[in-house]
Design a protein around this ligand. Sequence first.
Ligand code: UDP
Ligand code: MG
Length: 320
Amino acid sequence: MKSHQGMISLIVPAFNEEENLPVLVHRLMAIMQPFGNYEILIIDDGSTDQSRYVLRQLSVAYPVVRFLSFSRNFGHQMALRAGYDNARGDAVICLDADLQHPPELIPTLIQKWRDGFEVVYTIRQADPSLSWFKRTTSKTFYSLLRSVSNLDIEDGAADFRLLDRKVVDTINQFKENDLFLRGAISWVGFRQCRMLYKPAARYAGHSKYSFQKMLKLAAMGITSFSTRPLYLSVLLGFCMSLFATLFGAEVLYEYFFTNATVSGWTTLVVLMALIGGVQFIMIGIIGVYLGKTFVEVKGRPAYIIGDTSEIEETVTTWQA
Ligand code: UDP
Ligand code: MG
């Protein structure tokens, strides 16, 4: 394997992380100092606190710090994409702004890259301090994703990883709006290597991943990498037809060959409710895919950049 040298980009999505950003930047600079050639690219995902002002100050004070500010909140995955689109390094590492992804692991990630790996991804070790709810929802999501798609993503897969320039360029070619990065990176292949890490506690602030955002990510992950839910309706259709045929045969037999009166009303109501429910679920699933197609067909930009460290701005303070 060939050994890599060259520039390293650190990309950090940040949504309302004003207290974490200065600490993060100083920690990263201390760790990256021996590597010489690097940049820290922070993507402000439409923060409504003073993050943008803090970023402007940091980028003026330290030339290694660059930032992009979205015009509004586009979500963590979009921020990561903007990071990949704009990073200049030969290797790109992404990590969270809240210091939950230990920066101390970065030299090891870089070492693996220099050993020849093109994707160095991390798995979050089971963390007893994590809430029961977060652990269970995450586990359920990954097992559901594995069962409906052909992706082999382990429990606790995190968005803390190093990608070689080749892989970043590949990912940047994905034109889909709704890109589930963890799936895409597993899907593209290349020489991959995994590492375990122990998540730290969030440095300041609170989690920005609401339950709604988690649900959205889960639905996006599944519908981006599988059309198997659509076949569910075909399968169910067959099962129900088989059941109806057998049931019909039995009813006909009773009608013609026995004296029993065929009981009607209850059976009808129950069957109608059942079939109605199943049909709505199936139409819903088709609707989700159709909606996704609709969004993709419109071809709107995945995110909009409102401000960057490359533009000199005279307004330095900004109130939400
Ligand atoms: N984040 C973002 N946009 C969002 C939500 C989160 O850029 O809409 C960032 C956030 O600032 C952090 C990272 O994504 O750097 C992970 O989010 P968070 O720590 O809130 O999630 P958790 O660790 O609780 O899963
Ligand atoms: Mg976090």
